[in-house]
Design a protein around this ligand. Structure first.
Ligand code: DAL
Ligand code: ZN
Length: 260
C-alpha cells in the first residue's frame, strides 16, 4: 500500500496558512478502507464510553459551522445541536434509504440543492449517515476497533471526536458500490461528481486522499462537512484541509488527555 503523503501547502491568499502545531503524528501507512455497514442512529441517552469526562471532554460549543473537531479536539458527550431535523422530512426514501438519519436544519437547503443537481446530472446519490450522537459514535467506533484493531482508530473517530456529532456532516452513498463506505466510492459516478462539485454547495471533503498525516484519518471520499460556499471554495482551490484551516483560525480548545 502506498504511504500517505502530506497535503500540498496552501497557496490561496485568502486562506491563512496553518501556523499552529497540534497535528496528528500517526505512523500507519494503509490507505485502503474496508467496507463497513452504515451505522446511522440517533440515541440521545449518554452512557459511559471510552472517553472519560474532564475539563476538556466537557466541551460544549455553540452550534457553529466552524467548530474544531479533530482527532485531538473533541466534544462533550452532552453536546447535541439544537436544530436537528430528520432527513426523512425533506428527502424521499430513495435518498435516505430508510435510515433514521438527522442533520442540522441549517444544511437542509444546500443538501437539497446538491442532491437535486446530482439527480439532474443523471446521478443517484444517497445519504447514508448524518448526525451521530456521542453514544452512537461510540457504538460505531467499538465495532471498527474490534474488527480492525490495528486500523480502526484511523477509520472511525472515537466518541466525542467525530464531525458527525456536529450535525453538519454527511456521508454520501452511491448505488455503484452498493451504498457502502469503501475505497471504491471515489471511483463511482457520484463520488467523482462530489469530489469536483461539492464545494459549490458549501460542502468540503474532510479527509481527502494523502492527508492522513494531517487529519489522522484515512481517505474518506464520501464524508463531507458543510462550512459554507465561500470557505469550501477557498479550501478546494487551495488544497488546504479543513483541519488545517480550523486549527489556524479558530480558538483552540484544550486537548483531553485520554488514550484513544
Ligand atoms: N469516519 C470518520 C472519521 C468519523 O468516524 O467521524
Ligand atoms: Zn462520515
Amino acid at each position: 500500500m502506498a504511504a500517505p503523503t502530506a497535503v500540498p501547502s496552501a497557496t490561496h491568499t485568502e486562506v491563512a496558512p496553518p501556523t499552529l502545531t497540534p497535528i496528528p503524528t500517526h505512523t500507519s501507512t494503509a490507505t485502503w478502507t474496508p467496507s463497513p455497514t452504515a451505522t446511522p442512529t440517533h440515541t440521545p441517552t449518554a452512557t459511559p464510553t471510552a472517553t472519560p469526562i474532564s475539563a476538556c471532554t466537557d466541551r460544549i460549543p455553540p452550534d457553529d459551522l466552524l467548530t474544531i473537531v479533530t482527532r485531538d479536539y473533541g466534544l462533550s458527550r452532552y453536546y447535541e445541536p439544537q436544530d436537528l431535523v430528520p432527513l426523512s422530512a425533506h428527502f424521499p426514501v430513495t435518498i435516505t434509504l430508510g435510515f433514521p438519519n438527522e442533520v442540522r436544519a441549517v444544511i437542509i437547503e444546500p443538501l437539497k440543492e446538491i442532491v437535486a443537481d446530482m439527480y439532474a446530472a443523471g446521478l443517484a446519490p444517497t445519504i447514508i449517515s448524518g448526525y451521530r450522537s456521542h453514544y452512537s459514535q461510540g457504538i460505531a467506533w467499538e465495532k471498527w476497533i474490534t474488527q480492525y484493531p490495528e486500523w480502526g482508530h484511523n477509520l472511525s473517530a472515537p466518541p466525542g471526536f467525530s464531525e458527525h456529532q456536529l450535525g453538519t456532516t454527511v456521508d454520501f452513498g452511491s448505488p455503484e458500490n452498493d451504498n457502502e463506505f469503501d475505497g471504491y466510492f471515489h471511483q463511482t459516478s457520484e463520488g467523482i461528481w462530489l469530489a469536483e462539485h461539492a464545494h459549490e454547495y458549501g460542502f468540503i471533503m474532510s479527509y481527502p486522499r494523502d492527508t492522513f498525516d494531517i487529519t489522522g484519518f484515512f481517505y474518506e471520499p464520501w464524508h463531507f462537512r458543510y462550512v459554507g460556499v465561500e470557505l469550501a471554495t477557498q479550501l478546494k482551490q487551495s488544497g488546504m484541509t479543513l483541519t488545517e484551516y480550523l486549527l489556524a483560525t479558530q480558538p483552540l480548545p484544550c486537548i483531553p488527555e485520554v488514550e484513544r
